[in-house]
Design a protein around this ligand. Sequence first.
Ligand SMILES: NC(=O)c1ccc[n+]([C@@H]2O[C@H](COP(=O)([O-])OP(=O)(O)OC[C@H]3O[C@@H](n4cnc5c(N)ncnc54)[C@H](O)[C@@H]3O)[C@@H](O)[C@H]2O)c1
Length: 459
Amino acid sequence: MKKMMNGKFKSKTSKYTRRDFLKKSTAAGLGMTLGGASLSSCRKELKTVPVPVKAAPMEKVRIGFVGVGLQGSNHLRILLRLKNVEIKAVGDIVEEKVQRAQKWVQEAGQPKPEGYFRSETDFERICDRDDIDLIMTATPWLWHVPVCVAAMKTGKHAATEVPAALTLDECWELVETSEKTNRHCVLLENCCYSNRALMTLNIVRKGLLGELINGSCGYLHDLREIKFNGKDEALWRTAHSIRRNGNLYPTHGLGPAAEAMNINRGDSFDYLVSTSCKSRGLKLYAAKKFGQNDPQATQKYALGDVNTSIIQTTNGCSITVIHDTNSPRPYSRVDMVQGTKGIIEGYPDRIHIEGRSRPHRWETFDKYMEEYQHPLWKKIGDLAKGAGHGGMDFLEDYRLIEALLKGKQPDIDVYDAAAWSVVSELSERSVAQKGKPMKFPDFTRGKWKTNKPIFVTDM
Ligand SMILES: NC(=O)c1ccc[n+]([C@@H]2O[C@H](COP(=O)([O-])OP(=O)(O)OC[C@H]3O[C@@H](n4cnc5c(N)ncnc54)[C@H](O)[C@@H]3O)[C@@H](O)[C@H]2O)c1
């Protein structure tokens, strides 16, 4: 089992140790030559070409689920409400969680799925089955890529919780494997499906904001209690705060902004610069909770309390992405997009459109929601009520299953998964080099110029 020990991951599973992100992030911290030029030349040996996955429609989607903790359970309960979905297998390293998941599946009227809990690589036996179409994973971050790659190599589509990958090489591995195997690798970025994000997309597509020029977004969530509560995410997430300094969780904020700005579909991320402030919050919290001399209070945490990255796009937009998880603060993803004619932002929700709003004044969303609520929310918003994270998890899973059933492209493909997730390693490298600009690799290899923008119901 992979366990956190003194902030390091120990694994008994040698096959996957080469993937240990710690080696890479440590190398970045030690100042390897990692300038823009060397980044874009990474994985020169890539033999595949970016062709959209062509998958036949299917009558039902048979799923193997890996990692049924907090978020995995959310997904599973939603999947059990969707038509034409069968849960064939569930895996977790904790047997009781597997048994709980099996019970939910049976309570939903489906046969008991096979349970897998022998080891942290037991997902390989799920992938080896021949009665599964899709492997979904909500494991700790370190396992997303091994699970997705094993799924695609055995002929299954893959869908992973966020972030898709921890390192630039892992991002390329997902892209390359998807291209080689003709299997989807979908990022489960639920924040792209919030009512606000989809209304924003609708307003942007209708031209109300004019030409987009700027965005600001992030993950601003006081996780101090979660990082020290001794269960669930504390068992793995805290280790990342000990060893890594950058934006460790970029996709919640960046996904909706990237969709609005047509990243990979008319525009692309060009480069980023990143800085982190000092690290204070975790030590202070641990000292207060456990006492000054507790190892969790004397531990050194690499993660700066607030990391700020600025991405420049090829077509001249800027996007500020914030990661702020160690301080007392209310939750926010900022969710701001700005164009030549107006601006929308969240937390609190507000909008200003030149010619419509009073000059220099914000308006609330109310009347805009009536006029511009996204058609997907109008269609299935009621069904989503009560599902995880304000219903957005429901829309996300619904769209994934719909795409597979119809044999269409999913909303968020492997190129999005790679471009949004690679911000983690690029920000870590930039922070380690005093904010040096880091070039984004072009995972689409030029296809971003001709790919069509998405609207989320345009399948
Ligand atoms: N999209 C969202 O809003 C959202 C919210 C929470 C978490 N997440 C993401 O979901 C993932 C899981 O987070 P969580 O909060 O559910 O954490 P969690 O710790 O509750 O769940 C992770 C589960 O994976 C299991 N696990 C660990 N290693 C495994 C392996 N090798 N094989 C099988 N199972 C394994 C653990 O036992 C646990 O049950 C993370 O990637 C996280 O970033 C996303």
